[in-house]
Design a protein around this ligand. Structure first.
Ligand code: TXA
Ligand code: MG
Length: 309
């Protein structure tokens, strides 16, 4: 049975309390969290299992709400007017870094924004009143769920609420177009390349991007300073990203004094940036255990240290 106003109101309250909610969209089912709440976003990555901090899509009800979080140029406005609400995601310069937190953007200066058409998701976005990040509701490495039952089966255990919206009409994730410099098709989807070209002109090849960064379509934040991992303590010229009990200091940023991996994930990109700007010559980072969210944190840290492409 499709969720009604009472269930939608309860789901909005669960999101406000930092909980996760299974949501229907016209493309696939998503697992949603408050985009402004880094702890909720950390829990969301954790719920996907074998977590990786890929940047997430911020869902908004309409173009007016999109303009509050991102900068829309003429091309973005044209695409939004033509295809929203609907299965099109636009990657745009971020305008409000608090509305979509650093962790949700994987530390990037850009944000992916989409206005989904599904009436239940539209109702939830209006009841909640802010952007919701929602990756597909599958556990990592599995296909995106397109029915309520499959979505609950995949990530229901981690959700505080689940909204039934019936089977997804499109059944394929949204088209992702980046409008940061030249328009680029990052992920093909129900809105076709031809439809987009008709609205804004030709798109750069997605394949060209894939060759440049094999296996991943999105870049992640990389600090300017050199990074040293598994550090017991900082050297004289180093900023320090601590984990667990550590002496305080001007350039010490403690990811989690209580050694909580979700808290460390929530602080990761924000503190990396702060360390980068601290005036230090390098960034030393404490050892992070490899369990649970630790795997994703260590993956990002190894990339930050230049060990992985
Ligand atoms: O249809 C959909 O888009 C579904 C429903 C739930 O809305 N969501 C979905 O989310 O497929 P997810 O997290 O599975 O895929 C998000 C895609 C990824 O390919 C990610 O790399 C890209 O969007 N993305 C997000 N932010 C980006 C950014 N700032 N720059 C480049 N790519 C970005
Ligand atoms: Mg997915």
């Amino acid at each position: 049975m499709t969720a009604g106003p009472d269930e939608i109101a309860r789901a909005a309250a669960a999101l406000r309390a930092g909980g996760l909610v299974i949501v229907p969209t016209e493309t696939v089912y998503g697992l949603a969290a408050d985009a402004a709440n880094p702890r909720a976003v950390a829990a969301l990555y954790e719920a996907k299992g074998r977590p990786s901090f890929n940047p997430l899509i911020a869902h908004v009800p309409d173009v007016i709400a999109a303009r509050r979080i991102a900068r829309l140029d003429d091309r973005a406005e044209a695409l939004a007017a033509r295809f929203w609400p609907g299965p099109l995601t636009l990657v745009l310069p971020i305008a409000d870094t608090g509305a979509v937190c650093d962790l949700a953007r994987a530390g990037l200066d850009s944000v992916a924004v989409r206005a989904p058409a599904h009436p239940v998701m539209q109702g939830l976005l209006k009841a909640f009143g802010g952007p919701l990040v929602a990756p597909s509701a599958n556990r990592s490495g599995r296909p995106s769920p397109t029915t309520f039952a499959d979505a609950v089966d995949e990530t229901g255990a981690a959700a505080a609420a689940a909204l039934d919206g019936g089977p997804c009409q499109i059944g394929l994730e949204s088209t992702v177009v980046a409008l940061l410099d030249r328009p680029r098709l990052l992920r093909p989807g129900a809105v076709t390349r031809a439809e987009i070209s008709t609205a804004i002109g030709p798109l750069a090849e997605a394949e060209a991007d894939a060759r440049r960064s094999p296996g991943r379509l999105a870049r992640h934040y990389a600090p300017n300073l050199p990074v040293r991992l598994d550090a017991a303590e900082p050297g004289l010229d180093e900023a320090f990203l601590a984990f667990g009990p550590a002496p305080a200091g001007g350039r010490v940023f403690n990811l989690s004094p209580s050694a909580d991996l979700a808290e460390a994930a929530a602080n990761l990109f924000t503190f990396l940036r702060a360390a980068d700007r601290s005036g230090a010559a390098a960034i030393a980072i404490a050892r992070i255990p490899q369990q649970g969210l630790g795997e994703a944190i260590n993956d990002r840290l190894r990339r930050a240290a230049g060990f992985v492409g």
